[in-house]
Unconditional design. Structure first.
Length: 168
């Protein structure tokens, strides 16, 4: 594969993870080795069921609990473990998605400088996909492609909760 780039999917709109997973499926269908590392998330979803069926490896480093609360020491530990996993496996992949990585900075789980240094050390061949709301400007500057998904209207706004197979 030619030089890998850094892509960012950010914004307050729905579909950042779904877009990244769509790219993973396309890349795998073209013979590339792909994987997903999710930060903060710790629950099963239709997307993960599909990845499992396609033989695409994924790892979760989060309980998902602190979305409603403050991050705990365990949340910080899981975030660090996830980043260590990235560095342990990234040589073996052509494309990796780092899902919800922006929240590691937003919630002060990991320092922004640490994430920037990580991006700058990525293997040359690796295509790295970063997702999450409120992507820090420094990560956007480091990226080669940035897509912002903008919410115009969302069912949550009128009390419709997440639906299996649609939002998770």
């Amino acid at each position: 594969m030619p030089k890998g780039l850094i892509q960012v999917y950010t914004g307050d709109g729905k579909g950042k993870t779904t877009a990244a997973i769509g790219l993973m499926v396309r890349a795998q269908g073209s013979g590339l080795k792909v994987g997903l590392i999710q930060f903060l998330k710790g629950l099963a979803s239709g997307e993960l069921n599909s990845l499992k069926a396609l033989g695409i490896p994924f790892w979760q480093f989060g309980s998902g609990e602190f979305i409603k609360n403050e991050p705990s020491l365990e949340d910080k530990k899981l975030a660090q473990m996830g980043l260590e996993k990235v560095e342990a496996i990234w040589k073996d992949f052509d494309l990796l998605v780092l899902d919800e990585i922006s929240y590691l900075i937003t919630f002060n789980l990991v320092g922004e400088k640490y994430i920037l240094d990580l991006l700058r050390r990525k293997p040359d061949h690796l295509e790295l996909i970063l997702t999450g709301r409120d992507m820090p400007p420094s990560l956007i500057k480091e990226a080669n492609l940035v897509t912002e998904l903008k919410k115009i209207k969302h069912p949550f706004d009128v009390g419709i909760t997440a639906r299996k197979g649609i939002e998770y």
